[in-house]
Design a protein around this ligand. Structure first.
Ligand code: MG
Length: 267
């Protein structure tokens, strides 16, 4: 497989058009994956920053800081912007879904469950060192890790969703759809993103389900997209090339080198 990181970028870019309050939608059939408003946001900047730190053996905190500062207008939260402005950035016990949207590389690179937990923690800890932030990163990365290693949806439901997020346990998408509203915590995002993946019939379906929940659309789709790609192992080629055209050169470079490291199993 290739384009692992692009599976996050497509979700983020597609969701970006529906993130703001005035553009959120609940209608699945009205979701357009690449509208003129679509662009990559903080989710993609930091996903690629984490991946780059792993494959190039860089300091995680400093690479998040550097990449963030190079894309300051990508839609970061005010707290993250404050963190980026510091010359000695310190974690601020964040429990936001930013921990879950950037950690996918840990799931693809790890060789063991223990390593996946350690690497996911490493991606979250520079800012999201609240237990819920760390948990969100670990639950997301472990989902990807286990799907990559052949586990099925039932495993993800029972061992990850139900175990980590009992409030969302066994909930069908149809039951959460109408009342779901914007929520930027891990607790309010990771469970629903997993539910979108569990009920999806292919990658595009998963992205559309995530966006039409009508919440933090880019982040929901950025979290669910990598799960769906790892499981279904297919994304439409046209979507991949449209996404690549919207990325920065360094992202495209990281994406190509990341695929090689994952496929060669050497880090
Ligand atoms: Mg975003």
């Amino acid at each position: 497989m290739n384009n692992y990181l692009i599976s996050e970028a497509i979700g983020d870019i597609a969701g970006s058009a529906y993130e703001s309050k005035s553009h959120r939608i609940k209608e699945y059939d009205k979701v357009k994956l690449f509208s003129s408003r679509a662009h990559f946001t903080d989710d993609t900047v930091l996903t690629f920053a984490c991946a780059e730190a792993f494959i190039d053996h860089l300091d995680m905190t400093m690479n998040l800081w550097k990449c963030g500062n190079e894309h300051r207008h990508a839609g970061f939260s005010s707290k993250f912007k404050l963190w980026m402005s510091s010359h000695h950035p310190q974690p601020y016990r964040c429990l936001g879904n930013g921990a879950a949207m950037r950690c996918s590389s840990a799931g693809w690179l790890a060789q063991t469950e223990e390593e996946c937990i350690r690497m996911a923690t490493e991606t979250a800890a520079p800012t999201h060192n609240h237990p819920e932030g760390i948990k969100g990163a670990i639950a997301t990365a472990l989902t990807i890790f286990h799907l990559k290693n052949g586990k099925d949806k039932e495993f993800v439901r029972t061992q990850i969703l139900n175990t980590n997020y009992p409030d969302w346990a066994d909930k069908p998408y149809a039951d959460i759809h109408d009342d779901y509203s914007f929520n930027s915590t891990c607790e309010g995002t990771v469970g629903p993103a997993i539910i979108c993946f569990l009920e999806s019939k292919d990658y595009v379906d998963c992205i559309k389900l995530a966006i039409s929940l009508g919440g933090d659309a880019d982040t929901l789709a950025a979290i669910a997209g990598p799960m769906a790609y790892t499981y279904f192992k297919k994304m439409p080629a046209a979507l991949v090339s449209q996404a690549i055209r919207k990325l920065s050169d360094w992202m495209v470079d990281v994406s190509v080198r990341f695929d090689k490291v994952v496929n060669d199993d050497v880090i």
